[in-house]
Design a protein around this ligand. Structure first.
Ligand code: 5GP
Ligand code: MN
Length: 342
């Protein structure tokens, strides 16, 4: 755990400040939950906080309290730049390095004259002035809760903040099942329910909001699933054409990789998704046990993340990316055979 400049940050926040809160590109439930919860909290402390996200986030997160106040950097560039220029500090939430916001926004942030405060649970964080980094914590939302707790401000958590934090903890833990989910996580979740998070509604809003086309896309993904039994590996591919056929919307592929990991005995799962807009193959990796997909993604696919959930990208074709992936597996055969002992 790294806690850097905490007292200095609190001193800085003694006066009402103009603040921008930023999440990573392709924001997920944890990024949106954490940025919005922190915004609500800072506003309650008398500051004026604005959430700026690099690009679009899935429709199943649009209901989050305060979602309508966020700016999208790619789409509402003038308002976003204005908010950033007017801010006295920027909070960086749920990402560890400036490049994770994407090129355009990274350029803007690199020229930012004031300080950054990072709250994040990814490995190898960039060094910024104020930091709360802990790679053992399941979600940035749990860290935002603990940041509020460190400030002795748990009383300020209202239903809106509780709802945002619950959502991020729920999505980043795969509904409280991944290894980083601890008894502390469950105690925090219990407190959030007491503070007004309606757990049944949140699960419903996030997980039971499928379109018919999304289910058809999932069906396509499952029929594309390939299993490599000798490496305890399974992977899924989706082409641009398949995405188009089922009217792909942002967020539609979220979680699909977990179906590959749900196969009995599978240690390593991947999904390769063609993104013709960006001209890349976006990859998600998931693993069980000691096989670190963070290292695997860093070493081979220009990415990173956590030990058991990471992502990356490739600039070659989908077919070549898959061939490359498969060709890497023999060097990991031993760890893929022993990674997870029941
Ligand atoms: P997902 O597969 O759900 O997109 O991401 C899983 C985890 O890996 C997340 O914590 C995410 O922040 C991280 N991640 C995903 N893609 C990338 C990437 O391209 N680079 C890095 N450094 N991390 C990524
Ligand atoms: Mn996260």
């Amino acid at each position: 755990m790294i806690l850097k400049g905490f007292t200095a940050l609190n001193n800085f926040l003694e006066k009402p400040r103009n603040i921008v809160v930023v999440g990573h590109r392709n924001p997920d439930g944890d990024a949106m939950g954490a940025t919005l919860a922190l915004k609500h909290y800072l506003d309650k402390k008398g500051h004026s906080a604005t959430v700026v996200v690099p690009n679009e986030y899935p429709a199943f997160l649009h209901w989050l309290p305060g979602s309508e106040t966020t700016y999208r950097f790619d789409w509402q560039n003038t308002q976003s730049q204005k908010a950033i220029n007017a801010s006295e500090i920027i909070f960086l939430l749920d990402f560890n390095a400036l490049h994770r916001v994407g090129d355009d926004m990274q350029n803007t942030l690199e020229k930012y004259p004031n300080d950054f405060a990072m709250i994040d649970h990814h490995q190898q964080p960039d060094d910024v002035k104020y930091m709360y980094s802990d790679v053992t914590i399941c979600s940035t939302c749990q860290m935002v809760y603990q940041f509020i707790e460190m400030n002795n401000d748990l009383d300020l958590i209202d239903a809106a903040i509780a709802t945002c934090l619950y959502t991020g903890i729920m999505t980043d833990t795969g509904s409280f099942r991944f290894r980083a989910t601890t008894s502390t996580t469950h105690r925090i979740i219990a407190n959030l329910i007491d503070k007004g998070a309606q757990n049944d509604k949140i699960h419903n809003n996030v997980y039971d909001a499928n379109s018919y086309n999304r289910l058809l896309l999932l069906g396509q993904a499952l029929s594309n699933l390939q299993i490599l039994p000798s490496y305890n590996t399974a992977y899924i591919t989706l082409t641009s054409e398949e995405k188009k056929r089922f009217d792909f919307q942002k967020g539609d592929t979220e979680g699909i990789v977990n179906y590959a990991l749900s196969l009995k005995g599978i240690i390593l799962a991947a999904i390769f998704i063609e993104d013709s807009e960006q001209g890349i193959i976006k990859i998600s990796f998931r693993s069980k046990g000691t096989f670190s997909v963070n290292k695997f993604a860093r070493n081979h696919f220009n990415g990173g993340g956590h030990d058991n959930a990471a992502g990356g990208k490739s600039n070659i074709s989908l077919a070549k990316t898959v061939t490359n992936f498969v060709s890497l597996l023999p060097q990991y055969q031993t760890v893929l055979e022993t990674s997870y002992e029941n």
